[in-house]
Design a protein around this ligand. Sequence first.
Ligand code: RIB
Ligand code: CA
Length: 251
Amino acid sequence: MKRIIIDCDPGIDDSLALILALKSPELDVIGITICAGNVPVELGGVNAYRVLKLLKREDIPIFLGDNNPIKRDLVTAQDTHGDDGVGDVLPEVVIPKDAIKLGAVDYLIKTLKENDDISIIALGPMTNLAKAVEREKEILKRAQRVVSMGGAFRTNGNCSQVAEFNYWVDPESVNIVFENVDKSIELIPLDVTRKIVLTPNYREYLKQMKNEIADFIYNITGFYVDFHWMQERTLGCVINDPLAVAYFIEP
Ligand code: RIB
Ligand code: CA
């Protein structure tokens, strides 16, 4: 099993990526760090906890980063993911004391310093990773692999003609990370993730599976499907983040 930390901004597709990672026997998710992006960081922590509770993996620690990009003001994507970040359909969730901690950057630095077999899968803006580098310049070089869903290669962006959301929210952090990862950072940009569409057929199949996880996925993706139809006449929804996890397992 490969030991990984997932840095994410759940978010609907981040939630699907977490489910895939937690259900993959090849991966040992040792911790989850939350960055501000799709939603403010506290909400991201709540949504990560929702997934851990669904999969009965509340043993995995969640650490919050700061609620702002390294230089710019935060611009969220709640128009895409819902105000609560997971489609505005789920009931309130009670978060046990200590289930969500602060100190994402401390956790990243400490874990990478104390282990040499940790990889990072980054599914949101790179703020936490950049802040770790600002504190310990060489720290990301200790990661076995760094896989990042972000950027847009020779394709139109989803935040402007050219910009993809994760890198658009905090480009200064992307610069810091790219300049301080000696191994080649493995990018999963929009030009490839756009190919991963959760189609109505797949959603209907999920609905017929009649199990708790399938229902969760069906329920949280409804808002995302509506947004895709309204915004770009896509029938279904582009689920970017799970591809980064699938690629990590099977490049
Ligand atoms: O541009 C898509 C990316 O931005 C995905 O990771 C999505 O969750 C948002 O963070
Ligand atoms: Ca994300």
